[in-house]
Design a protein around this ligand. Structure first.
Ligand code: NAP
Length: 240
C-alpha cells in the first residue's frame, strides 16, 4: 500500500531506541524526511544512520521534557525542511512506583514528561500543520490507560490525563485536516521493557509498532482521529 507520505516531514521525539526509533525508521521507509531527538548522542547517530538509508534525517540531541525543547525541535525541522506535517510525540516512561508511594515531585515529573511534553509539541507544531492544511499527530502512551498497571502508578496517571486532553484536541483539530491519535503499546521488546518489572508474556515487535505508526500518519488514515489504538496482543482486559 502506498501510504502517500513521501516527501512529508515528520518530527519523532525520543527516537534513538525502541518504539520511537522504530516509528522514525518506518516513516523514513515511506519516504518521509524525519527529525529525531534523544539525549544520548551515540544511539541517536545510529538511529539517524538507519533512518537515513531511506530519507533525509535531522538528528538533534535534546531532552524533550525540557519545556523549551519542543519549540526548538519544531523550529529546527521547519528551518531544515521548510515544513512540518507529522508529529510522533514520545518520551521516556516514568520510573515504577505504586500509587501510595508517589510524592509530588515524582507526579510533577511524570506529568511533565508524559502529558505536558506532548501538549507542548502539538502546540508548537500546529501553526505549521495548519499552514499545510494537513497533519498527522500520534502520541505514544501505554496500554495502561485501558488497564492500569499497579506498579506503574506514575505512568497510569500522567498518560490517562494525556488521553483526556488528546481526545478533546482531536475534535478541535479535525476540521483543519489534522488527525490526532494515541497509540498504546503493551509489552514490546525494547530497553524500557527490560528495565521495568511487569508481568511477562508474549512481546510485540517494535518494527511492527513503527509500521502501525506510519499507517496512522498516512494519507488513507485521514478519517482515523481521536482514537486510542491498543497494541498489546489482546492482553488488556475490558471492553473500553
Ligand atoms: P526505550 O527503548 O527505553 O527508548 C526510549 C527512547 O526515548 C530512547 O531513544 C531514549 O534515548 C529516549 N528518551 C528517553 N527520555 C528522553 C528524554 N527526556 N528526551 C529525549 N529522549 C528521551 O523505551 P520504549 O520501550 O521505546 O518506550 C517508549 C515509550 O513507550 C515510553 O514512554 C514507554 O514508557 C512507553 N511504553 C513502552 C512499552 C513497551 O513495551 N516498550 C509499553 C508501554 C509503554 P535517551 O535515553 O538517550 O534520551
Amino acid at each position: 500500500m502506498d501510504l502517500g507520505i513521501s516527501g512529508r516531514v515528520a518530527l519523532v521525539t525520543a527516537a534513538s531506541k525502541g518504539l520511537g526509533r522504530a516509528s522514525a525508521v518506518a516513516l523514513a521507509r515511506e519516504g518521509a524526511n524525519v527529525v529525531i531527538c534523544a539525549r544520548g548522542a551515540d544511539a541517536l547517530a545510529a538511529a539517524a544512520a538507519e533512518a537515513g538509508a531511506d530519507a533525509e534525517v535531522l538528528a538533534i540531541p535534546a531532552d524533550v521534557t525540557d519545556p523549551a525543547v519542543p519549540a526548538q525541535l519544531v523550529a529546527a525541522a521547519v528551518e531544515r525542511f521548510g515544513r512540518l506535517d507529522i508529529v510522533v510525540a514520545n518520551a521516556g516512561g516514568p520510573p515504577a512506583a505504586r500509587s501510595l508511594e508517589v510524592d509530588d515531585d515524582q507526579l510533577e515529573a511524570a506529568l511533565n514528561a508524559n502529558l505536558l511534553t506532548s501538549v507542548r509539541l502539538v502546540r508548537e507544531a500546529l501553526p505549521h500543520l495548519r499552514a499545510g492544511g494537513w497533519g498527522r499527530i500520534c502520541c505514544i502512551t501505554s496500554s495502561s490507560i485501558k488497564q492500569p498497571i499497579p506498579s506503574l502508578a506514575l505512568s497510569n496517571t500522567a498518560r490517562t490525563a494525556l488521553w483526556a486532553w488528546a481526545k478533546t484536541a482531536a475534535a478541535d483539530l479535525f476540521a483543519d485536516g489534522i488527525t490526532l491519535n494515541l497509540i498504546c503499546p503493551g509489552s514490546h521488546a525494547t530497553d524500557r521493557m527490560k528495565a521495568i518489572s511487569v508481568p511477562t508474556g508474549p512481546m510485540g515487535d517494535p518494527d511492527d509498532f513503527g509500521r502501525t505508526v506510519a499507517f496512522l500518519c498516512s494519507e488513507p488514515a485521514k478519517f482515523i482521529s481521536g482514537s486510542t489504538l491498543v497494541i498489546d496482543g489482546a492482553r488488556s482486559v475490558g471492553l473500553v
